[in-house]
Design a protein around this ligand. Structure first.
Ligand code: PMP
Length: 412
């Protein structure tokens, strides 16, 4: 096949840098992807596919960085969203959906006795941190090394524009290491409000790490015996492993608060922080308001999306398709004599090559795949769409096989 060319995308990227700092934000900037080998601007999206501004077609394994589970432009979700948008979206007082969606979430998600709305995932995690601080009267948040909980000042690892004192309230521990967390809590107990966790260790540029058996139970116990809240940041994994929340996939321990965003709406701006009754009074004290927090159309999308996920068996479908994808990658790498590490739940796979600490081989592999119509990210875990067909997967594996061959020729 002719390899794709991204001429128009990169002309636009040049132009974007003149009017937008950096052109595109991390981690979607071409500098973070594979410069020159990935499309930069997208014109159309449907099901598991993207079309870029140069007219190239892709099977997409990033799904809007996890926001799209059912496939792009899903008819049930879009119909519900458009119907509500035609009735009312941003209005002086909230719409009826403000209550209806909250009641729906409280019925559907066992941990939820109440709901607070935001737009991006970062809104939900910020609310959770504020609620925990209001509840305990303490400022400290324990979180895993490398964990990403959003872009706001209280949790971001970068430095530019962030007064350094914010970092004094963040206390890091090693994911999956109960003793390390125990030691941290022992030393900082009088300062800590909460332990924040993502259900899975899925940090950028690293293999993914599932929670060890009993890890969440141990965190729950430590939080209970030290008066801390246990907060699950389920923004990225939520609704991909298990409908009730990813913690439930791994056992019995329940967090006090859960944050969902991304695929709760299949790609529309809404996030939620859900909580247990005993935190409700404190949650009520937190000042929380945003012009667009009241938007009704994304709420209609959320209800339609959750119903579709539940009724269509989408979670099982992405697990099965993702397992076939993971197995295919392992078999192909083995057949080419290459050592790879394929990690993560099948619905969120990721692959790295051995002896590739800077991910150069990954960048080459993902760039080669992109020029052949398969969109993968070298530094970030991938996402499987429920709209993916067996033919799409077969085409994907044809391309990855060709890309493994190229990696072998170039690096071994
Ligand atoms: N938490 C986790 C685990 C995430 O993966 C992300 C986004 N990648 C966020 C929080 C922040 O979500 P958003 O980008 O929607 O603000």
């Amino acid at each position: 096949m002719d390899l794709y060319d991204f001429k128009k995308s990169y002309e636009m990227f040049e132009a974007a840098q003149a009017v937008i700092p950096g052109g595109i934000n991390f981690p979607r900037t071409p500098r973070f992807l594979t410069y020159g080998e990935h499309p930069v601007f997208i014109q159309r999206a449907e099901g598991p596919r993207l079309w870029d501004v140069d007219g190239n077609e892709f099977i997409d394994y990033m799904c809007a960085f996890g926001a799209v589970l059912l496939g792009y432009n899903h008819p049930r979700v879009e119909e519900a969203r458009s119907r509500q948008a035609a009735l009312a979206n941003s209005t002086t007082m909230p719409s009826n959906l403000w209550l209806e969606l909250a009641q729906f979430l409280v019925r559907e998600i066992p941990v939820a006795d109440w709901v607070v709305y935001g737009k991006n995932g970062s809104d939900a995690t910020t609310f959770a941190a504020m609620a925990a601080r209001a509840h305990t009267g303490k400022p400290g948040i324990a979180m895993a090394h490398h964990a990403y909980h959003g872009l706001h000042n209280w949790c971001i690892e970068s430095d530019a524009g962030i007064p350094p004192e914010y970092k004094t309230h963040v206390h890091r521990f090693n994911y999956n290491d109960v003793e390390d967390l125990e030691e941290l809590i022992k030393n900082k107990r009088d300062q800590l409000a909460a332990v924040f966790l993502t259900p899975v260790g899925h940090w950028a540029m690293r293999d993914q790490e599932a929670p060890a058996p009993g890890f969440f139970e141990a965190v729950r116990k430590l939080c209970d015996s030290n008066g801390l809240l246990f907060i699950m940041d389920d923004i990225r994994c939520g609704f991909r492993y298990q409908y009730e929340g990813t913690h439930a996939y791994y056992g019995e321990a329940e967090p006090d608060l859960i944050c969902f965003g991304k695929c709760i709406t299949n790609g529309h701006p809404l996030s939620v922080c859900l909580g247990k009754k005993h935190v409700m009074e404190s949650a009520q004290k937190v000042y929380w308001s945003g012009t667009y927090f009241y938007e009704a159309a994304p709420m209609a999308a959320a209800m339609a999306c959750m119903k579709e996920i539940k009724e269509s068996g989408a979670i099982e479908k992405i697990r099965v398709m993702g397992s076939k994808f993971q197995q295919g990658l392992k078999d192909q790498a083995g057949a080419h004599g290459l050592k790879v590490s394929v990690t993560g739940h099948p619905s969120m796979p990721y692959m790295t090559f051995d002896t590739d600490p800077s991910l150069e081989k990954s960048r080459f592999f993902c760039g080669a795949a992109s020029r052949r119509g398969i969109f993968l990210h070298p530094h970030h875990n991938w996402f499987v769409s429920a709209a993916l067909s067996d033919q799409d997967l077969a085409r994907t594996l044809e391309v990855t096989d060709a890309c493994f061959k190229l990696v072998k020729e170039k690096y071994y």
